[in-house]
Every structure is written in structure tokens, then in C-alpha cells.
Design a protein around this ligand. Structure first.
Ligand code: PLP
Length: 315
């Protein structure tokens, strides 16, 4: 019953659109992952992880799903758990957007919120410690473990990557924001098969330790990590660009005003990386793709906080 229900959900996944943005030197394309049912890039990995776990018999109707997530993965798991009739306990932290926290509290009877930052200034270690406690306390728990679960990147390989491979005829550059590395691993593997000359650029923010930088407090969720994720070793990466949170915020506002895309912080980071990588670029017009990983509406409090007042001053 659970198996047929989740297979039906996988079959009903709709393609997310790819739109072209005007750019002086690039054929620049954005894939709108916020058009997924649970409104983010994490929709596909959550669905695929649940599919595989149900098929392997690791989840049955009595199982409680427990996961640490700063927002999008938790929302995706909450939506699909609800549709499958499963209990889900998200473990979140104070960086979560108020919108996502309200969404999770509507969808899940129990939400665990940690308050103490770890020695890296982030909350990941504190969240993982609560997950371990719940695994000991609750009778039947499935922990997706998004930082280690290879089904996460397989979801992007089989769903998101396959879709892009069918949607585009040519692709020279792919820019991907990194947190668990699942999107990067799945897309880089699938799309390097389809477009052999493809250059894959991983994008991270200052303060994240993923590519070896020193840890520092970060305020934009969805990109970066205070640990090096295990899935990173599965990714095929040609280049890495590290941007600042200030650049990410400025580029979110440029995407909004210049391209009418209202996207979240990681999308601004990726757009900043593209602008930096191609600054001064002349010559041919390469085909460049990035993902709009989620919507801007979850980022009023940090990224878009002064947007409307700034506009009023200008008026
Ligand atoms: C908004 C947003 N962008 C990018 C990512 C990075 O995706 P991944 O965890 O696959 O590296 C996430 C992951 O949570 C996210 O929420």
C-alpha cells in the first residue's frame, strides 16, 4: 500500500520550467526548482529517499521519520510524510525562516528546536545530537540522514538531472549551491554524461567549512555547512567559487529587480558566483545553467528585510 502510494507520487512529479534570462555575454538559464510541489530543490531528494526506504522495508505505517534540517528538506519531508500518512518530527534551529517554522508546526504535531550553537557557530551538531536522542527514545524511527544518504544524490540523478538532460540541447557551465552536496553529486554525474564538455562549478559561502575555509557564523540557510558532507566525494567538480553573504543578498535583489525572479539566499549566491566567474568575459556566449532552489518569501527577515523600505525611500 505504502509502496504503491509513493510510486504514484514519484510518477506524478511535474517538470520544473527552465527560463532564459537576458545577459550581455551569456546564454543564461534558470531552472525554477521552487515550482516543485513542496516549493524547493529538496522536493526530489526527499521523495527519492522515502521511496527507496519504503521499497527496502525500512519504513512502514508505524514508522516515525526524524530529520535535522534548516528548512527546505524538513518542509519536503513534512509534505510527503503527510501525504503518505507517516509521522514526521523535524529538528530545526533558530536560523530557520519564520515562514518554514509556521509551515512545519501546521504539518507536524511535534517540532524539536535547538537553541545552543556548536563550536563552529552553527547548529548542525546540536541538531544531530537531538536526532540521536529521538532515535533512542522513539520505538520505530527512520532517519533519512541527508548528509550521508546516497539516495539523496540518486534522486537528483534520476529526477532533476534526467529532466535537465531532456530539456536542454547544449550546456557548457552548471553552477550549483552546496550544503549536503546531494544536488551537486546527482547533477554533476548525470549532466557530465549528457554534455561531455560540461564545467561544473560548486558554489559556497564564506564561513562554511565544506571546501576548507575557516568556520564563521552564517545567517543565510540552505547553503554552506559546519561539517564536510559525505556526499561531496560523489560529486564531479571542476571549480569552486566562494562568495560572501553580502554578495548573495545583493544578487538576490538584482535577480528580483532585473530578472523578476524572487528567489532564496542560495540562488543569490549562485548568481553572484556566475557574475564573478564571467566578469570581463568576452567572446563566445556559453550556455550557463543555475537552479532557483527556493522562493524569496522565506527570506524576508534576512535577505529582503530592507527591500520595501528602500523602495519607499526611492519613491
Ligand atoms: C535553498 C537551498 N539551496 C541549496 C541547497 C543545497 O542543496 P544540497 O543539500 O543538495 O547541497 C539547499 C539544501 O538544503 C537549499 O535548501
Amino acid at each position: 500500500m505504502l509502496v504503491s502510494r509513493i510510486r504514484q507520487l514519484v510518477r506524478s512529479v511535474r517538470e520544473t520550467p527552465i527560463v532564459q534570462l537576458s545577459h550581455p555575454h551569456l546564454n543564461l538559464f534558470a531552472k525554477l526548482e521552487y515550482c516543485n510541489m513542496s516549493h524547493s530543490i529538496k522536493d526530489r531528494s526527499a521523495l527519492w529517499i522515502l521511496l527507496r526506504a519504503i521499497e527496502r522495508g525500512e519504513i512502514d505505517p508505524e514508522t516515525t521519520v526524524v530529520e535535522s534540517s534548516s528548512g527546505n528538506f524538513a518542509v519536503a519531508l513534512a509534505v510527503y510524510s503527510r501525504l503518505l500518512g507517516l509521522r514526521f518530527v523535524p529538528v530545526v534551529d533558530p536560523v530557520i525562516s519564520p515562514l518554514y517554522e509556521a509551515t512545519l508546526r501546521c504539518l507536524c504535531p511535534r517540532v524539536e528546536k535547538v537553541s545552543e550553537a556548536d563550536d563552529c557557530g552553527g547548529y548542525l551538531k546540536a541538531r544531530l545530537s537531538v536526532v540521536q536522542t529521538l532515535r533512542r527514545q522513539l520505538p520505530r524511527v527512520f532517519w533519512p540522514n541527508q548528509y550521508q544518504n546516497t539516495d539523496a544524490w540518486m534522486g537528483h540523478f534520476d529526477l532533476t538531472g534526467k529532466e535537465i538532460a531532456e530539456q536542454l540541447q547544449r550546456l557548457h557551465f552548471l553552477f550549483v549551491a552546496v550544503s549536503t552536496g546531494g544536488t551537486l553529486a546527482g547533477l554533476s554525474r548525470r549532466l557530465k554524461e549528457r554534455f561531455p564538455g560540461l564545467t561544473v562549478v560548486a558554489v559556497d559561502v564564506e564561513g562554511s567549512v565544506i571546501f576548507g575555509g575557516p568556520p564563521r557564523r552564517r545567517t543565510i540557510p540552505g547553503i554552506g555547512s559546519s561539517i564536510v558532507p559525505g556526499l561531496l566525494k560523489e560529486a564531479l567538480v571542476d571549480d569552486v567559487v566562494i562568495v560572501t553573504e553580502e554578495e548573495s543578498i545583493a544578487c538576490c535583489k538584482r535577480l528580483l529587480h532585473e530578472h523578476h525572479l524572487f528567489a532564496g539566499g542560495s540562488t543569490g549566491s549562485v548568481f553572484a558566483a556566475i557574475e564573478r566567474r564571467f566578469a570581463g568575459h568576452r567572446g563566445g556566449r556559453p550556455d550557463v545553467l543555475f537552479l532557483c532552489a527556493d522562493r524569496g518569501s522565506a527570506y524576508f527577515h534576512n535577505v529582503y528585510g530592507d527591500l520595501w523600505s528602500a523602495e519607499r525611500r526611492d519613491a
